[in-house]
Design a binder for this molecule. Structure first.
Ligand SMILES: Nc1ncnc2c1ncn2[C@@H]1O[C@H](COP(=O)(O)OP(=O)(O)OP(=O)(O)O)[C@@H](O)[C@H]1O
Ligand SMILES: [Mg+2]
Length: 315
């Protein structure tokens, strides 16, 4: 299906999320970003620590009131104050999975009750037995088993805890999941298992993911498209393959150069490219967005955009 025909599930328009620290200082955590996410895709959001990725996710899921801009979900504007029933409907459709499964699961609660929390809030079980059966089913869906329902989070490994987090998110059958660095805290050997599980669930349940990560190493494999974020701004958006083979923004190039290569010989020769933001002369030349190739968006001044066009012709 061509990109234009795809249904947009989430649209973020000129979103700003500022935090006032005191009378004089404001943190511009998210500073005028716009993007669309298509139904059924995995949209990666990458950038180094502090670039505003989590704030973006939290603003979308209504944990913050945005400073300005708009968020549209399934054709409805959701960044404004919603009526009780609309808020509840929204909460049922969008869920979040967190980086640290240890911190995001209540250690005093049994797995059964952790997973069933959403089921209770949204009255999705007809009886106690139905509730427990639903929990059993969810545990099996994420590769755990029913005996686990009676245990506490500390009795599990990191990867298993993340599976519990995923089961909890799935319990209310959402259509959209924001996964905020869901594998960063896990051993490398476990990361692929969790990613495979998420991919399988996505296919089976027609889910859409906003997948947040620090670096591009995993994200380029699992995302259909990737947005690169730096200091509150998105600087490049492209299909994963295109971003990988024809990166244009110097910050994207820097992130790509940080990925270790599997072959030890080429890995030894890998050069890290640094990123120096002072190369942009945006006080003289105002930057803007350009769709430089179909689906490939890049942020820059007129002269930079010209240079990018020339560079792209050679690729
Ligand atoms: N509630 C808050 N109050 C004040 N400042 C905040 C708040 N939340 C985030 N920030 C600041 O906003 C900026 C972006 O933070 P955010 O957590 O969104 O970054 P991130 O890209 O998710 O980073 P990481 O990769 O480390 O998780 C940082 O400078 C952070 O200190
Ligand atoms: Mg974060």
């Amino acid at each position: 299906m061509s990109v234009e025909e795809r249904e947009v599930i989430l649209e973020v328009k000129h979103l700003k999320q500022y935090f006032r620290l005191d009378k004089r200082s404001v943190v511009k955590a998210v500073d005028d970003i716009s993007f669309e996410i298509y139904k059924g895709e995995t949209f990666g959001l990458v950038g180094e620590s502090g670039s505003g990725k989590s704030t973006t996710g939290r603003a979308i899921i209504k944990l913050y009131q945005p400073t300005s801009g708009e968020v549209w979900f399934e054709g409805q504007r959701v960044d404004t104050k919603l009526s009780h029933s609309k808020k509840k409907a929204f909460n049922k459709k969008m869920q979040m999975i967190f980086q640290d499964p240890q911190a995001s699961l209540n250690g005093r609660m049994k797995v059964e009750d952790i997973i069933a929390e959403g089921i209770d809030v949204h009255n999705l079980a007809t009886s106690k037995k139905d509730r427990l059966n639903k929990v059993f089913e969810l545990l099996e869906t994420v590769g755990l088993n029913r005996e686990h329902a009676n245990r506490y989070p500390h009795e599990f490994s990191g990867g298993q805890r993340q599976r519990i987090g995923i089961a909890r998110a799935l319990a209310i059958e959402p259509s959209f999941i924001i996964a905020d660095e869901p594998i960063s805290a896990l051993d490398v050997s476990i990361q692929a298992q969790v990613v495979n599980l998420m991919n399988q669930l996505k296919k089976e349940r027609g889910l859409t993911y906003l997948f947040i990560a620090h670096d591009l190493s995993m994200v380029k494999y699992i995302s259909d498209r990737v947005a690169v974020m730096n200091k509150g701004k998105i600087v490049e958006i492209a299909p994963s393959d295109e971003l990988y083979h024809a990166p244009l923004h110097p910050y994207t190039k820097s992130l790509l150069s940080a990925i270790p290569l599997p072959d030890p010989r080429t890995e030894r020769r890998r050069k890290r490219i640094g990123y120096d933001p002072s190369i942009h002369n945006y006080s003289q030349e105002k930057p803007k967005w350009l769709e430089i190739r179909k689906g490939h968006w890049i942020y820059g001044s007129d002269s930079e955009l010209n240079d990018y066009e020339v560079e792209l012709q050679g690729k």
